[in-house]
Design a protein around this ligand. Structure first.
Ligand SMILES: C[S@@+](CC[C@H](N)C(=O)[O-])C[C@H]1O[C@@H](n2cnc3c(N)ncnc32)[C@H](O)[C@@H]1O
Ligand SMILES: [Zn+2]
Length: 383
């Protein structure tokens, strides 16, 4: 077997050579996900700095071991990292990569992730779920294994389900109706956050998103875990639905598990589409992103320029409403060419509205202005 050595972050790992990134590779490694892992290192250090004790981390889908090895080598204040994978060859590489990096606080494990997590009740401060495709079958065991005060990190690459290309898989995997729209990736993050919160609730645990992003082909969420029936009941009040008019782009949120959902658009009379149940609370914690931004100069990350850009966008939009508009989509409905985005943002702010860009779409606008106001502002700028 031909082997190559990869340098990523502050570690080196060996992997078998394979001509293309694929779940069929003998041991999985995707260089594109370095950005995801860079952000993870930063997010975990920001979390660690808030804890009174050193932390125990479980990288439940280790692949080559790169993620867990980076956590062990690059984070300060880690007590122990378990890197797990079901593939025996991956576990051999995880073991040799641990030795290659001279790490003593890491162990390799070869179990089905659900069996490992169920057998580690309340043991971990951080659980990282990074499977092929959907994380949905692993959220319940993560809920069992996480301590109160812990953090769950989840990657989902099944964006076609979460973002509404196909609705049946979303209903099957997440018990929610997706919403195909210009902001479908935000809806995807909210469906995933809602599903996680409902799954944790069975264990009288609740989750509060600290950070989340939609990048490349995946969605990623970081959530803080709390415990207690009363607090869980309160947290579930963040669940609800979004109704959306594909004709005039009107949208509205309806909190609750069984809200009355309107079927006719109050703006244009067109028929409304509904998505949910999903998380209507914040997906981005402004203070937490501030902590990550402050930490960034202390870490050496290859993708740090891209990380800064993402964090700054997320910081800006963190106080914004549940959905965003798309300037090009509105201009298509208005049958005009799009004015400069900054002009629209400035005008919205001067009218007293919240106005920011969003990391999800370069032409996206986060604002609490209703659609008819936004259209008026765009037409005014175009005059
Ligand atoms: C997307 S890869 C992980 C990538 C890795 N976290 C990284 O950052 O490079 C998913 C891994 O999960 C492993 N896997 C698949 N099903 C599993 C299961 N039920 N339990 C544990 N590992 C599993 C696969 O062998 C594969 O290595
Ligand atoms: Zn309408």
């Amino acid at each position: 077997m031909e082997i190559i050595t990869i340098n990523e972050g502050q570690v080196k790992i060996d992997i078998p050579v394979f001509n293309k990134v694929s779940s069929k590779a003998p041991v999985f490694y995707n260089p594109v996900m370095e950005f995801n892992r860079d952000i993870s290192v930063l997010a975990l250090q920001a979390y660690r700095n808030k804890q009174r004790e050193d932390i125990r981390i479980c990288d439940a889908f280790g692949g080559s071991g790169i993620r867990g090895i980076r956590y062990a080598a690059e984070l300060n204040g880690v007590m122990n990292v378990v890197i797990n994978d079901l593939n025996p060859l991956a576990v051999q590489f995880i073991q040799s990569n641990i030795l290659k990096n001279g790490l003593s606080n890491v162990e390799a494990c070869k179990k089905d992730a659900n069996i490992l997590l169920h057998s580690c009740r309340g043991k971990f401060h951080v659980v990282d779920i990074d499977p092929f495709g959907t994380p949905s079958p692993y959220i319940e065991s993560a809920a069992v294994s996480l301590k109160a005060g812990g953090m769950l990190c989840v990657t989902a690459t099944d964006t076609s389900a979460l973002c509404g290309t196909y609705k049946e898989p979303c209903i099957r995997k997440y018990g929610a109706m997706p919403l195909k729209s210009e902001y479908c990736h935000e809806v995807g993050l909210r469906i995933l956050a809602g599903f996680i919160s409902r799954t944790f609730a069975k264990y009288k645990k609740y989750t509060t998103p600290l950070f989340s992003h939609s990048s490349e082909h995946y969605l990623r969420l970081y959530l803080e875990v709390g415990k207690g029936a009363g607090k869980t009941d309160k947290s579930l009040k963040n669940l609800g639905f979004i109704v959306h008019c594909p004709h005039c782009l009107y949208r509205e949120v309806r909190p609750g598990i069984t809200p009355q959902l309107p079927s006719e658009c109050p703006e244009c009379g067109g028929s409304l589409k509904a998505g949910g149940p999903l998380w209507l609370g914040d997906l981005l914690d402004t203070d937490y992103i501030g902590d990550m931004l402050n930490l960034l100069p202390k870490l050496t990350l290859n993708s740090d320029k891209k990380v800064i850009k993402l964090l700054e966008r997320c910081y800006e939009e963190s106080q914004g409403p549940v959905t965003f508009y798309d300037l090009h989509k509105i201009c298509k409905v208005l049958k005009i060419s799009a004015p400069p985005l900054n002009d629209v943002l400035e005008k919205l702010s001067s009218e007293g509205y919240f106005a920011s860009r969003t990391h999800i779409k370069p032409t996206g606008i986060k604002t609490n202005a209703p659609i008819d106001e936004l259209k008026k502002i765009i037409l005014l700028i175009k005059q």
